[in-house]
Design a binder for this molecule. Structure first.
Ligand code: 6R9
Length: 649
């Protein structure tokens, strides 16, 4: 296989913070002497009390991860206060509304005022250090204020993506026993309202049945749409912040005090509450933001993710603000009013660094080059991708058409669990290969192992593990440390297992091949097959369901569901539609099944385990090589599944 190599462009190299030599030198130090390396780089944030210990981590036994443990700091202070003396009037957030005629700019001074007020409102209503606050918001500046206000007073935020259903929101409220919720009357996306307050009301109702009582809902008025109001419980944001002071002391937090919980899907059971802590997380988010995006003082930076995902946490809010960057927050969608929106916004705000998902690139590529070329994009210097593997065609289009061969493309591989970039090019240091996330960031030690756990050297294809800790790593699953150990450190003892498959080529470049567990990646969103299955079987006509992914041109993966109905029911198109609606209600629109196949039986082993390998093959319309089916309890079901497959070429 010949791979095209794109050497670092001259102009990119000329201004880059890190060149090849520096990368190699720093990388070597970072893995050979992590205490020294991180001891130095931990100082990039301000500490109320400096740390004397740097790394204290173990992937064995009970698994314990501590960084900078005796230091005291505050994330909100680092993202705001420390910039005010020199850059108080710099724009911290550029907000671009869903409506292309609406935008606004928030300076660091204004950010300070807003965050302090909100922190005081929460304090007034009894929110204390360590309490969990759920944030269920659209992409408006108040979402960032809410995160930073929690950080300021030591409350632990749990941001729930605005596209999740009331059921999903309730599950997350209950899991972390959150009694304070911040939301908005309605969100707006692509010109359409999203009923966030209504969903919150429903979720609170569901949570109450599980004995979790939400005492306050703070509501931002975004659209003025009609909503129900629970007096005593519900509070208007604009009224509350008007009656408190614009100053609030940041709480001195231990480096290992929790900063946030973010729920993410795994291969089994309910989504897990990934817990990140204060010091190490911020150091890592800020440092990766600076070096991976080659961020220079004064750059305008835009990450198109939603704050409901980890990318929004690390690379819209915490990383950029810790670096005193100007971060653009976009309320809308890539195709409204049309597919040229991204590039119009780039021109309008003179964006220098642009970070998005491969699924968006693929869908815009499909719309034709004119939507891109009608803009001039001369401000753009760097392009990034995240969330899923990028196919070389989409990469080339991004590089050639969007970036006009002038911009480096950084394909950043990382996870909710890792807090920040793990395998990624550095623009001035790394020659690029389309489709490869390239090389490890400082301090990251990747390792490939086979299914038996044997370490693979050199060019190889295997399961991706990381053998030692880095500051941005998650510390535990909220409320379930045993699950943390089980999920990440038990498959290959003493190593962090990522769940991803990966190939390393002869140059040592890493190529992520996708999940090797039962996690789907649909348009860059992580979903557990188990979650979709449990949503399906919660429908009264469904007796059993098995869900697998299949290759999808735009989404990366589509959701393919095999559904067995209760005796005596017939699988009709109307029922298909009803099931799609049902899953959307249970989880949210991102989990909408693409294909539903009614199956009288599923292929199971004699011990009753569903053979997903077979189901995947049939969903891919590639059943020539089904492998060994002799262990099936009833090999006959396979013929029926093939005959009725929904992805017939
Ligand atoms: C940041 C984020 C994590 C999973 C991860 C992998 C996939 C992310 C990728 C990528 C190939 C990349 N993934 N970035 N695969 N190339 N550049 O997306 O976090 O939502 O937790 O998803 O996404 O499969 O394991 P998260």
């Amino acid at each position: 296989m010949t791979e095209k190599v794109y050497p670092v462009q001259k102009a990119v190299k000329a201004r880059a913070l890190i060149d090849k030599d520096k990368y190699l030198k720093w990388y070597e130090e970072s893995v050979e002497n992590p205490d020294k390396f991180w001891g130095k780089h931990g100082k990039r944030i301000d500490w109320f009390k400096p740390y004397t210990k740097v790394k204290n981590t173990s992937f064995k036994g009970k698994v314990s991860i501590k960084w900078f443990e005796d230091g005291l700091t505050n994330v909100s202070y680092n993202c705001i206060d420390r910039h005010l003396k020199t850059h108080g009037e710099r724009t911290a957030i550029i907000w671009e509304g869903d409506n292309p005629y609406i935008d606004k700019k928030i300076t660091y001074n204004q950010l300070y005022d807003q965050v302090c007020r909100l922190a005081n409102v929460m304090k007034k209503h009894g929110v204390k250090k360590g309490d969990r606050v759920t944030i269920y918001m659209p992409m408006i500046p108040e979402a960032a204020y809410a995160m930073l206000a929690c950080a300021r007073i030591g409350a632990v935020h749990s941001v729930v993506f605005g596209g999740f259903s009331p059921e999903a929101l309730a599950g997350r409220i209950v899991d972390c026993q959150s009694t304070f919720v911040i939301t908005c009357d309605e969100g707006v996306r692509g010109g359409k309202p999203v009923p966030l307050k209504e969903n919150t009301d429903k979720a609170i109702h569901i949570a109450a049945r599980q004995y979790v009582t939400v005492s306050n809902v703070l509501v931002v008025r975004r659209t003025g749409g009609k909503i129900n109001w629970a007096p005593g419980r519900d509070l208007w944001y604009h009224q509350e912040i008007a009656s408190v002071k614009g100053h609030c002391e940041p709480v001195k937090m231990k480096a290992e005090d929790p900063l946030f919980i973010l729920y993410t899907s795994g291969s089994t059971g309910k989504p897990k509450g990934v817990l990140h802590t204060t010091g190490g997380y911020l150091v890592y988010a800020a440092m990766t933001h600076e070096y991976v995006f080659d961020y220079h003082d004064g750059d305008i930076y835009w990450c198109t993710a939603d704050v409901g995902w980890v990318t929004g946490h690390s690379y819209i809010v915490y990383g950029p603000l810790a670096n005193c960057a100007t971060t653009l927050m976009f309320e809308g969608v890539p195709n409204f009013p049309d597919q040229g929106r991204f590039w119009e916004v780039v021109d309008k705000h003179k964006v220098n660094i642009f970070y998005t998902a491969p699924t968006a690139i693929r869908s815009l590529m499909g719309a034709g080059d004119e939507f891109v070329t009608r803009s001039n994009r001369t401000s753009l210097r760097l392009l990034g991708t995240v969330g899923e593997p990028i196919n070389p065609e989409a990469w080339e289009w991004y590089y050639n058409v969007v970036g006009e061969k002038r911009c480096a493309v950084v394909d950043t591989w990382w996870q909710t669990e890792t807090g920040g970039h793990m395998i990624t090019p550095l623009p001035g240091a790394t020659d690029l290969k389309p489709g490869s996330a390239t090389l490890p960031f400082f301090g990251i030690k990747p390792q490939l192992v086979d299914n038996e756990g044997n370490v693979l050297e050199g060019a190889a294809d295997g399961n991706l593990c990381i053998t030692d800790s880095w500051p941005g790593q998650m510390r535990t699953v909220y409320g379930d440390h045993e699950r943390f150990i089980q999920t990440y450190f038990s498959t290959y003892k003493g190593k962090y297992f990522t769940g991803d498959g990966c190939r390393r080529d002869a140059d040592g470049y890493y190529w992520i091949t996708g999940r090797v567990d039962d996690v789907l990646n649909v348009s860059g969103h992580r979903l557990g097959t188990a979650e979709v299955e449990s949503a399906l079987v919660s429908h009264h006509l469904v007796s059993e369901a098995a869900v697998v992914g299949y290759p999808h041109n735009v989404k990366g993966q589509g959701i393919y569901c095999y559904v067995t109905l209760m005796e005596g029911n017939e699988g009709t198109d109307a029922l298909r539609q009803e099931l799609v609606k049902h899953v959307r209600q249970e989880i949210g629109p991102i989990a909408s099944p693409d294909k539903i196949q009614f199956a009288p039986g599923l292929p199971k082993t004699r011990s009753g385990k569903i053979m997903r390998r077979i189901l995947r093959k049939i969903a891919e319309d590639d059943f020539g090589a089904l492998g060994d089916t002799s262990t099936l309890a009833d090999p006959g079901v396979v013929d029926d599944l093939i005959a009725n497959r929904q992805n017939k070429a």
